[in-house]
Design a protein around this ligand. Structure first.
Ligand SMILES: Cc1cc2nc3c(=O)[nH]c(=O)nc-3n(C[C@H](O)[C@H](O)[C@H](O)COP(=O)(O)O)c2cc1C
Length: 309
């Protein structure tokens, strides 16, 4: 049977597939379910300084090809996740904290506290599209550099970044140039495509309440954009492991992300729709494809996407 283990940021995952932040990863019960599942790691919902209720409902809708959400970072507050961290370690897999403070100062406070936690690594979310009045840090290159300067100076856990999708080669290069200056141990690409609009034409109405119906698009709609971001950052930053996220529903999807250069992958919308059984199913589908193709491990085809000469 093919080996689908992965290692990055000094951590070993028995399987390269785990949850995306925010999908069934907020409550102690949800995190325990991830621990008991076949997910290769546990990643928390993005936490803020204080607990948050998030945006008014309806704020998540399944769509034929994915999902639309404007959750607004509902979470239990960073202290609760730190308190849960020893419990989460008992499942014997790496445990990641997603951090999404609402300001640089908030992030500094949270990261400082994370240093003394049982978390194995931190995924700093620079790309939440759903906070009314707050633009995504990852789209402001000056702010991103300032955040990284300050945060990487105090973070003693392996630090990764959750990035928004970029759509222009100049922006990929600008972001890669900034990331290179700091000790970033992994990149998770991509967050939902922000501020998408879905309309119920029968009722002539939007489908979620916050922000006049604008929300983050996930699922199959965004897979090509996610693959492109993984590919581009893998080309520009070959020494930084890239975690692929966006539209992964099957083992074939994972295979394509690894071909594009991903070291591991995260499941978001499919976890919302199918529950934690998706991890085992997708893993088995990936193993089957690798066995058929004669690839004993992910290294054999990682990044080896061919182009048409
Ligand atoms: C309900 C929901 C909540 C999310 N919350 C977060 C979050 O707190 N932090 C974050 O970095 N991404 C969050 N995301 C984005 C996902 O982690 C992921 O990047 C995105 O949904 C694309 O993956 P997918 O196509 O598999 O859904 C959320 C997505 C959904 C559907």
């Amino acid at each position: 049977m093919a080996d689908i283990s992965a290692s990055f940021a000094g951590l070993s995952l028995r399987k390269c597939i785990y949850n995306a932040s925010g999908a069934r990863s907020m409550t102690p019960e949800e995190l325990a379910a991830l621990g008991n599942s076949e997910a290769g790691a546990i990643l928390t919902k993005s936490c803020t300084l204080l607990p948050r209720e998030g945006n008014p409902e309806p704020r998540y809708q399944d769509l034929e090809w994915g999902s639309l959400n404007s959750m607004g970072l509902p979470n239990l507050g960073y202290e609760k996740y730190i308190e849960l961290s020893p419990e989460l370690k008992k499942y014997g897999k790496p445990v990641f904290a997603s951090v999404s403070g609402l300001s640089l100062e908030d992030n500094m406070k949270i990261i400082e506290a994370m240093n003394a936690s049982e978390f194995d690594a931190v995924e700093l979310n620079l790309s939440c599209p759903n906070i009314p009045g707050k633009p995504q840090v990852g789209y402001d290159f000056e702010d991103t550099e300032k955040y990284l300067e300050e945060i990487s100076a105090i973070c003693r856990k392996p630090l990764g970044l959750k990035l928004p999708p970029y759509f222009d080669f100049a922006h990929f290069e600008q972001m890669a140039g900034i990331i290179k200056k700091f000790r970033v141990r992994f990149l998770s690409c991509i967050n939902a495509i922000g501020n998408a609009l879905v309309i119920d034409s029968e009722k002539e109405i939007v489908i979620i309440k916050p922000k006049g119906g604008f929300g983050g698009l996930g699922g199959r709609y965004i897979k090509p954009a996610a693959l492109a971001n993984v590919r581009k950052f893998h080309e520009l930053l070959p020494d930084i492991p890239i975690i692929g996220v966006g539209g992964i529903f099957t083992g074939r999807d994972v295979f394509e992300f690894v071909l594009a250069g991903a070291t591991a992958v995260q499941l978001g919308t499919v976890l919302m729709q199918e529950g934690t059984s998706c991890f085992g199913r997708v893993a088995r589908e990936l193993e089957e494809i690798m066995d058929k193709k004669g690839y004993p491990s992910l290294e054999r085809f990682r990044g080896k996407l061919k182009v048409i000469e």
